[in-house]
Design a protein around this ligand. Structure first.
Ligand code: PMP
Length: 441
């Protein structure tokens, strides 16, 4: 039986059409307010009321270890972020058309983390806006209209960005100016994913040329998270990016998920690919929950774009957002969170590898720092995904007070993203819970 492809927002999601829906008052109220745009985790959704560190507490007082977390990356309600936001909110909140040194102090600090060539940053409120702007700049700079993305990519929710997000499209095919390449796993490319990616990108670029669009950009999430978490080997994208440039396009690194030290070895996921992006987009963990995102690129690219059209963002990069963002950078540095992501990530990968050896369903563990994908397959055959079992494991973990998510074309990859501050006891709590859940299957 063919296994169905699944949209990223449908994974581990509450389905109101199911007979067993636990439609409690709160769920009914939510659905009556948000209607069909409501996306909730779990068939039995959880009402959360507070958070601290790696934990969240629900209405009934249950504490959950948040290993799905990649927004509250330095820990829920980190006091330094709370203090920075409160202080700046009490002092001044304005639109972005005034000079304000809180904003420039932040941008200087953020730029110290970026390749020196990408010395201009446009701040936005969401990753979607950052990617939308990146796409428009890429078209303007390259003079082309075509985009290459991975098969199950998600890059956001504006109209332009939805068109390059195959994992968000339910009915309609991708538009003609978008061509996909497979995710760089061994199922698709065998032992040399770097070469496989370069060849796939080359073919896609040729197709875009034939269709009359040319190549504006290859955009990819640096850990290919919605495709199922793929980051290895080092240098995975070097040849693919050379190919993109040969075809006159730009390389956009979408760091919305992996950025800000999560991958441990570097501050950004792309560093592992040994290719410098022409543009970097970022978001989610940037303000530890305060909405802030951005696009970094070369000054001449923004100049070219702004010759054609003005760009202004009322809330993007306001002083409160900048204060939150600056606090996040300081915390990562002061608490050694990049090193923690590396060390704790290695520990979890080693423990998960040992679990895989004795399990009958884990066909592969893929990880970089605290970004982990665990492939769940029938009888460990990596080419026979088992999304039902993956869903059962995610639901089982929830009953062991651990929150994780799903990814991959078929939704059979456990997506595990502990906060960067995860300590040893929390890592062990997760491994023990997963061991119990696997034992119950
Ligand atoms: N890019 C990637 C890789 C994402 O995962 C997301 C959000 N899931 C976005 C962009 C869009 O970010 P936002 O939801 O902040 O608009």
């Amino acid at each position: 039986m063919a296994i169905e492809k699944r949209q990223i927002l449908d994974m581990n999601a509450f389905d109101r059409r199911r007979q067993d829906s636990a439609v409690a008052d709160q769920v009914t109220r939510r659905l009556s307010n948000l209607g069909a745009t409501s996306v909730l985790f779990y068939q039995d959704p959880i009402e959360m009321v507070s958070g601290d560190g790696a934990w969240m507490t629900s209405q009934d007082g249950t504490r959950y270890l948040d290993f799905y977390n990649n927004v509250l990356s330095v820990g829920h309600c980190h006091p330094t972020v709370v203090e920075a936001i409160s202080r700046q909110t009490a002092l001044l909140t304005i639109n972005t058309r005034y000079l304000n040194r809180v904003v420039d102090d932040y941008l200087d600090a953020l730029k110290s983390k970026l390749p020196s060539s990408l010395s201009n940053i446009a701040l936005t409120c969401s990753g979607s806006e950052a990617n939308d702007l990146a796409m428009r700049v890429a078209c303007s700079v390259s003079g082309n209209q075509g985009f290459i993305v991975t098969e199950n990519a998600y890059h956001g929710n504006t109209r332009t960005v939805t068109e390059i997000s195959p994992s968000a499209l339910k009915r309609h095919p991708l538009p003609d100016h978008v061509v996909t390449v497979p995710a760089p796993g061994r199922v698709n490319f065998g032992d040399d994913p770097a070469d496989g990616m370069a060849q796939a990108v080359d073919q896609a670029a040729r197709l875009l040329k034939q269709r009359g669009y040319g190549l504006a950009a290859f955009i990819c999430d640096s850990v290919f998270s919605s495709d199922g978490v793929f980051a290895h080997p080092a240098g995975l994208l070097t040849k693919a990016v050379e190919c993109v440039h040969r075809h006159g396009g730009l390389y956009i690194a979408d760091e919305v998920q992996p950025g800000f030290a999560r991958t441990g070895g570097g501050f950004w996921g792309f560093e592992h690919h040994l290719a410098t992006p022409d543009m970097i987009t970022m978001g989610k963990p940037m303000g530890n929950g305060y909405p802030i995102a951005g696009l970094a690129t070369r000054p001449e690219y923004f100049e070219r774009f702004c010759d054609d059209v003005g760009y202004f963002n009322t809330f993007g990069g306001n002083p409160v957002a900048a204060a939150a963002g600056h606090a996040v950078l300081d915390i990562i540095e002061q608490e050694g969170l990049q090193k923690n992501a590396k060390d704790r990530g290695q520990y979890l990968a080693q423990k998960l590898g040992a679990l895989a050896d004795i399990s009958s369903c884990i066909s592969e563990v893929r990880s970089i720092g605290l970004f982990i994908g665990v492939e769940i397959s029938k009888d460990k055959h990596i080419d026979i995904p088992d999304p039902q079992l993956a869903s059962a494991i995610i639901a089982g973990l929830r009953h062991q007070n651990v929150l994780i998510g799903a990814a991959g074309k078929f939704g059979n990859v456990l997506k595990i993203r502990p906060p960067l501050c995860t300590d040893q006891a929390e890592a062990d709590f997760f491994i023990n819970a997963l061991t119990t859940v696997l034992g119950n299957q």
